[in-house]
Write a protein that binds this ligand. Structure first.
Ligand code: 0O2
Length: 282
C-alpha cells in the first residue's frame, strides 16, 4: 500500500485514539472534581505502527484488504488502575456508555495468558466524524493495574527482541515475575482501604490549601495589603501545624472575612478586619 493510502487509512484511527483518551481522562477528572476516588490512574493511547500492523497481519494471515475488519487493535487505548478491583469499576463504566458499542470482552485477568500476561481487553466499535462523513471503526481498550502494566511493558520489549525465540530460561523468569506481580496486586488489594484513606486525605488537604490560597488571593482585591500579608503569615503558621481541622476552620474564617469585606465595600469602611490566629491553637 502506498504511504499516502496508509495515512488515509490510519487518520481516523488517530482521531479515535485522541477522542477516547480525552473521554477517559474526563472520567478521571469527573471523579476528582466530585472529590471521589478515581478508579482510573492514567490513560494513554496509540495507533499501531505500520510495521506492527504488517507483522501482525503476516502472523495472523490477514489480507491487507481485510485489515480494518480483522485487526481489532489498530487503535489502542490503555487505562491504568491502581488496584485490581478498580478494573471492574472501569469495565462497568465502559459497558454503560452509549458512545461506543462493545464487540467483545477478553478477560485475561481471571485467566492469564500462557505467557503470564494479565489485562482486561474490550473491543469496541467507535464512530468518528471525518470530513468524508462518519466512520465506524474498531478500537481495543486495555484495562490493567500499574503492576500488570509494568510486567507487560518489560515482557513486550523482550518479545520484540526475541520474537518467537525467547530462551526458556528467560520465559521461566518472566512467568515467575508474573506470579510476583499477582502477589503484589493481592497484597495491595489487602491494604486498599488504608491506601485510599491516605490518598483521600492527601487530596482533601491539597484541595483545602488550594482553596485557602485562592481565598487569600481574592482578599488582595478587597482588603488592604497589610491585612492580607498578616493573614498570609497566619496561614503559614497554621500550615506548619499540619492539622487539617485547623486548616478547615481557618478557611471558614476566610470565607466569613471575605463576606464581611464584600458587605463593607457596599458602604464606606475605614477600619480593618483580621483573623484571630490564637483561636486556632486551642
Ligand atoms: P502491540 O505491539 O502491543 O500492538 P487473538 O484474540 O488472540 O486472536 P490478538 O489480536 O493478538 O488476537 O488479541 P490479544 O491476544 O488480545 O492481544 C492484543 C494485544 O494485547 C497485543 O497486541 C498486546 O498489546 C497485548 N498482549 C497480548 N498478549 C500479550 C502478551 O503475552 N504479552 C504482552 N506484553 N502483551 C500482550 P499485539 O499486536 O500483539 O502487540
Amino acid at each position: 500500500m502506498e504511504i499516502q493510502l496508509w495515512r488515509e487509512l490510519l487518520d481516523p484511527y488517530r482521531q479515535a485514539v485522541d477522542e477516547l483518551v480525552i473521554k477517559f481522562m474526563h472520567i478521571k477528572q469527573e471523579f476528582q472534581d466530585s472529590r471521589m476516588y478515581s478508579p482510573i490512574e492514567s490513560v494513554c493511547g496509540r495507533v499501531k505502527r505500520i510495521s506492527s500492523i504488517l507483522d501482525k497481519a503476516q502472523r495472523k494471515g490477514v489480507d491487507i484488504e481485510h485489515l480494518e475488519e480483522k485487526m481489532e487493535d489498530i487503535a489502542g487505548v490503555r487505562i491504568i488502575c491502581q488496584f485490581v478491583e478498580d478494573i471492574n469499576t472501569v469495565v462497568d463504566i465502559i459497558r454503560k456508555r452509549s458512545d461506543f458499542e462493545i464487540k467483545q470482552e477478553k478477560d485475561y485477568i481471571t485467566k492469564s495468558k500462557p505467557s503470564g500476561y494479565r489485562s482486561y481487553h474490550i473491543i469496541v466499535y467507535y464512530t468518528v466524524q471525518t470530513i468524508k462523513g462518519p466512520k465506524r471503526l474498531q478500537a481495543e481498550i486495555q484495562v490493567r493495574t500499574l503492576a500488570m502494566n509494568f510486567w507487560s511493558t518489560i515482557e513486550h520489549s523482550l518479545q520484540y527482541k526475541y520474537k518467537e525465540h525467547m530462551p526458556d530460561e528467560l520465559r521461566g523468569r518472566l512467568l515467575r515475575a508474573a506470579d510476583a506481580v499477582d502477589a503484589l496486586d493481592d497484597e495491595m488489594a489487602s491494604v486498599r482501604d488504608e491506601i485510599m484513606d491516605a490518598q483521600n486525605s492527601n487530596r482533601q488537604r491539597a484541595n483545602l490549601i488550594a482553596d485557602i490560597l485562592n481565598n487569600i488571593e481574592n482578599l488582595y482585591h478587597i482588603a488592604n495589603e497589610r491585612e492580607v500579608t498578616k493573614i498570609q503569615n497566619e496561614f503559614f503558621d497554621i500550615y506548619k501545624l499540619n492539622d487539617i481541622s485547623l486548616l478547615k476552620r481557618f478557611n471558614k474564617q476566610l470565607d466569613v472575612l471575605a463576606e464581611t469585606y464584600r458587605a463593607q465595600s457596599l458602604q464606606p469602611f475605614t477600619g480593618s478586619l483580621t483573623i484571630k490566629s490564637t483561636r486556632y491553637y486551642n
